[in-house]
Design a protein around this ligand. Structure first.
Ligand SMILES: C[S@@+](CC[C@H](N)C(=O)[O-])C[C@H]1O[C@@H](n2cnc3c(N)ncnc32)[C@H](O)[C@@H]1O
Length: 155
């Protein structure tokens, strides 16, 4: 026997279906990208994660001010060695907080950095070398030594 459905049952079923589709498409929790100020972290074009412009950035603008902690090279080992900056002496290393340690390398960099020592401690200041479009990945130049001392090659 073929079951029959009333018009009300069909309408209720269709409304439930439409609500489910709507909820799935528009209300589901999207994985938010991490962003702060001018920087958003996303999948890099060259290696793992990278730092991207969250908005258009003008040449010489500061991209990120990173509170930094100077430590000795004895405090740093393993993979962390690939993330820290040179410090104020040969045996010193600078741990940059915020997004400072997530910028990848390019021989044609669009950002560079300098160190500032203020009353509250060291900061690593990352600034734009040229105008940067929203969505562009930002790179600084790690320098030839960085690659030769690790026996790695860059993209
Ligand atoms: C300071 S971290 C940069 C963030 C890193 N991509 C991540 O996902 O955490 C340095 C690491 O990224 C890699 N890297 C950075 N720039 C690269 C490039 N142009 N080509 C290949 N690897 C790169 C280095 O090998 C190193 O292990």
């Amino acid at each position: 026997m073929i079951p029959t459905f009333s018009l009300e049952a069909i309408v209720i079923f269709a409304a439930g279906l439409a609500t489910g589709v709507f909820a799935t498409l528009f209300l589901r929790k999207k994985t938010p990208k991490v962003s702060r100020g001018a920087v958003v972290i996303d999948a890099s074009k060259v290696a793992g994660r990278g730092a991207f412009a969250h908005k258009p950035i003008k040449k010489d603008d500061i991209v990120e001010r990173c509170p930094a902690l100077e430590v000795t090279d004895k405090d740093i080992g393993g993979e962390l060695l690939n993330y820290v900056f040179y410090g104020s002496a040969e045996n010193k290393r600078l741990v940059a907080m915020g997004y400072g340690m997530l910028f990848n390398h390019s021989p044609q960099p669009n950002v560079a950095y300098y160190r500032e020592d203020g009353p509250t401690g060291a900061e690593l200041i990352i600034y734009a070398l040229r105008d940067i479009r929203k969505g562009e990945e930002m790179y600084y130049n790690y320098g030839d030594d960085w690659w030769s001392t690790r026996g790695e090659t860059c993209e």
